[in-house]
Ligand binder design. Structure first.
Ligand SMILES: [Zn+2]
Length: 423
């Protein structure tokens, strides 16, 4: 792709927007912190509304707090195209995660208008409410509600102060009951959803590629393993005659790691927590809890992991005379992008002359929930050194501009593309 003055202008414009919104942050926190329900987030959302209006969109906020800007199409009966991302950040987070997908979508609207391009369909630009994880343990609040997946029980979840999610909505000025009634139209009502996002990993940068087209979003399986041994005197019990739950758990940590290293395509396995009940330094540990997670876009591998890990961990533990109890929970299933959306984005990249590769997403996104409403796709742009959810998070503005060009052209192409079947 040629770097025209047009692209340089777009990069400067996008960079200015990213810098402006990053000023809305919690001063007492590191990085660019804009938690859901915070004052900084409330103020930044007003800025976003103004930005949307400046772009010529009709703006409203739905019952779930999603800010939706509408660019009317020429056929009011055609199912709408949807694009967008989120503008909240994690504690100590960066300036790009989510933000490029919202500001990029607004720049796409600008490019459509300036290019005199009218879409047949309405284009909806969405700033989804509260995408990042929060003290209620429920990410993607806005897109979850849009997908009709937010429940009354979810509103009763409490944070560490005992404040419920429902109360937090109220304090923020949103009616909790309305969040439950914010289910968007079903698949037939929307044509497609396309999200531009930073990769948050190192692959694109390592390959020297400006664009990734997402194949799927990883499923997540979480494991709680409880190791039960025998609480003996650490000074008198011989090494050959112990049931040490900590040693069995330590071997399990390595077994989890080996699973991730042996994954066929994209797969990762991480132990995040080991807790021993033993408080005394002179007692052999008898009860240890291990929390691990396994992620992959390969559903077969992901389901096979459970059996393989259970067998290996049990085998090792029994060597040490330790019992293990396993509890698995599914955080989310593998979500594949729609082949029609993926292929349209790929054709556009080829036409633009932008080198790209297919990439899996190891992180969760609003797109997971939007996939229940419409054929879904995602476009990734490189993250410097693969860093994300930290102040060092960075993507060159020129790369953001390239991503926005791909987003704009893919939206134009999708407007005219018939998409069939489920993802
Ligand atoms: Zn994000």
């Amino acid at each position: 792709m040629h770097t025209s003055s047009h692209t340089i202008e777009a990069a400067e414009r996008l960079g200015a927007g990213i810098t402006e919104i990053s000023d809305y942050r919690e001063a007492s926190r590191p990085g660019w912190t804009r938690d859901v329900f915070s004052e900084a987030y409330r103020e930044s959302r007003q800025w976003t509304v103004h930005r949307m209006k400046d772009a010529g969109l009709e703006v409203h906020t739905d019952g779930a707090g999603n800010i939706v800007g509408r660019l009317p199409g020429t056929n009011p009966n055609a199912p709408a195209l949807v694009t967008g991302s989120h503008t909240d950040t994690v504690d100590g987070g960066g300036r790009f995660d989510g933000i490029v997908g919202v500001l990029g979508a607004l720049d796409a609207v600008r490019q459509l208008r300036e290019g005199g391009t009218s879409l047949t369909r309405d284009l909806l630009v969405v700033d989804f409410f509260g995408e990042e994880s929060n003290p209620y343990g429920l990410s993607c609040l806005g897109s979850r509600a849009a997908a009709g997946e937010l429940t009354a029980q979810d509103l009763d979840r409490t944070d560490y102060r005992g404040v419920t999610l429902g109360e937090s909505y109220s304090r923020f000025g949103l009616d909790p009951a309305a969040t439950l009634n914010s289910h968007w139209a079903r698949r037939t009502g929307l044509h497609a959803f396309l999200e531009l996002h930073i990769e948050q990993g190192p692959t694109l940068e390592q390959r020297g590629l400006p664009l990734g087209i997402v194949t799927g979003i990883a499923g997540i399986q979480r494991l709680l393993a409880v190791f039960t041994g025998s609480p003996d005197h650490a000074g008198t019990r011989p090494m050959t005659d112990r049931a040490d739950a900590m040693v069995a758990a330590a071997e399990a940590v390595l077994a989890v790691r080996r699973e991730g290293c042996g994954a066929p395509t994209h797969g990762v396995a991480t132990t995040t927590r080991l807790e021993s009940e033993s408080r005394s330094p002179n007692v052999v540990p008898s009860l240890v809890r291990m929390t691990s997670e396994v992620r992959s876009v390969d559903a077969d591998w992901l389901s096979g992991v459970k059996g393989r890990l259970a067998q290996e961990i049990l085998g090792q533990a029994s060597h040490h005379g330790v019992d293990v109890d396993f509890t698995w929970s599914t955080d989310n299933e593998v979500v594949h992008t729609h082949p029609g959306v993926h292929d349209t984005a790929a054709r556009v990249a080829d036409t633009l002359g932008v080198p790209w590769m297919p990439v899996p997403s190891g992180a969760t996104h609003d797109a997971v929930h939007m996939a229940t409403l419409a054929p879904m796709g995602m476009i990734f742009i490189p993250s410097k050194a693969g860093k994300s959810h930290c102040p060092e998070e960075w993507t060159d503005f020129a790369d953001v501009a390239t991503g926005v060009t791909a987003l704009t052209q893919t939206l134009i192409a999708l407007d005219q593309t018939t998409l069939t079947g489920h993802s």
